[in-house]
Design a protein. Structure first.
Length: 179
């Protein structure tokens, strides 16, 4: 009887295990904000970084813009997540914890493809950045598959499609600015 009452309690219910063996609270409080941050950092920073790289053909300038985009996106996402709810109603846990996770993962996602622009050669930096973006998008698809049960092929298609749209916007804008 006591176990049944405890299962009905919201806190105990959040500790239920998913089909894949992970606790519901771990998914809500760690994986979901981490994945959202990685997705946002990996995708939203593509346009400013690649627009700058194509417009200026300068690796230093592209790196500075990429770093600024990663930092700005990380701060923005941390505040957005931290201020979205207090976690009581949704069971999503501490706003400070979620904000820290999403902010850090957004920064990491944005920084990854900016680092190649520390190289002197724009062509080498672009090739390495393309590879890094590919790894980032595959990592996102794998996380979605493992923790949320999204079919791998579908996740890859969705993530690559979104990334390709943002990348194309950056390339088109950057190429047009070079004019």
């Amino acid at each position: 009887m006591e176990e049944t009452a405890a299962l009905e309690d919201g806190t105990a219910q959040a500790e239920k295990r998913t089909e894949r063996g992970h606790s519901h609270s771990f998914i809500l409080q760690v994986v979901q904000p981490g994945l959202a941050g990685l997705m946002d950092g990996s995708v939203s920073t593509l346009a400013p970084l690649f627009a700058t790289a194509f417009a200026t053909q300068n690796t230093h300038t592209a790196f500075v813009v990429g770093l600024a985009a990663a930092i700005g996106a990380g701060i923005s996402m941390a505040f957005a997540e931290g201020l979205s709810d207090d976690g009581e109603l949704t069971g999503r846990g501490s706003p400070l914890g979620r904000g820290a996770i999403i902010g850090l993962m957004t920064f990491i996602g944005g920084l990854g493809h900016a680092l190649p622009f520390l190289m002197a050669s724009i062509h080498a930096a672009l090739i390495l950045a393309y590879l890094v973006v590919t790894v980032e998008l595959i990592a996102i698809a794998v996380i979605r598959n493992r923790y949320f049960g999204t079919k791998m092929w579908l996740s890859v298609v969705q993530v690559v499609f979104g990334g390709a749209l943002v990348f194309a916007a950056g390339v088109l804008i950057g190429s047009g600015a070079r004019g």
